[in-house]
Design a protein around this ligand. Structure first.
Ligand SMILES: NC(=O)c1ccc[n+]([C@@H]2O[C@H](COP(=O)([O-])OP(=O)(O)OC[C@H]3O[C@@H](n4cnc5c(N)ncnc54)[C@H](OP(=O)(O)O)[C@@H]3O)[C@@H](O)[C@H]2O)c1
Length: 171
């Protein structure tokens, strides 16, 4: 029986999640939630997310980074491997590594990784921070609303700039 996948994302109403390699917003409450949820867990993420998230290797997180570039580099320079970081060439390879490790699996993005995991036929929990705004961006979360989710929890919140809702959905 494969472990459930936890997809964790902050997403605008128009499904934007990123712009120019960064988050298009600064929402401290959501960052705090993201760091608390993923601490001590297996974090499956793409190369760009890994390179722009210094805390990926902190707080007991065990990153599984999907990247052909880093994998090729690691093969050329064995000794330059970052301690505790596992590399994979594809989403299935990353999930095989993650399934073999103890702990929960968190899928942290980006776009293609969310696209490939959301459609998998395995138990899934979506930790969605829905930002109630249309935000310009270049990276998107796939459409999720039509899937057969069961709502486990929801909590509404806001800061000075924007309203957002923390959802936990399962399928
Ligand atoms: N709002 C949120 O919750 C959230 C979450 C995550 C990311 N983001 C935002 O999204 C952006 C980064 O995401 P991104 O989609 O541009 O990049 P990404 O997925 O972090 O990294 C892209 C790279 O990862 C590897 N990769 C990704 N998917 C792959 C796949 N399915 N198969 C094989 N390799 C794969 C490739 O690396 P190689 O080139 O090395 O082969 C690819 O060039 C940033 O703006 C970030 O802030 C937002």
């Amino acid at each position: 029986m494969p472990k459930p996948l936890n997809l964790i994302v902050a997403c605008a109403e128009n499904r934007v999640i990123g712009r120019g390699g960064k988050l298009p917003w600064h929402i401290p409450e959501d960052l705090k939630f993201f760091h608390a949820e993923t601490a001590g867990q297996i974090c499956v993420l793409g190369r760009v997310c890994f390179e722009t998230w210094p805390r990926a290797t902190l707080d007991g997180r065990r990153p599984v980074v999907i990247s052909s570039r880093l994998l090729a580099g690691a093969r050329r320079h064995e000794r330059q491997r970052v301690e505790g970081v596992r590399l994979a060439a594809t989403v299935p390879d990353a999930l095989a590594i993650a399934d073999a490790l103890p702990g929960e699996i968190y899928i942290c993005g980006g776009q293609r990784i969310f696209e490939e995991t959301l459609v998998l036929d395995r138990p899934m929990r979506l930790h969605l921070t829905l930002i109630h705004a249309e935000v310009p961006g270049d990276t998107f979360f796939p459409e999720w609303r039509h899937l057969p989710w069961r709502e486990v929890s929801r909590r509404e919140s806001a800061d000075a700039n924007v309203r957002y809702t923390f959802f936990t959905l399962e399928k």
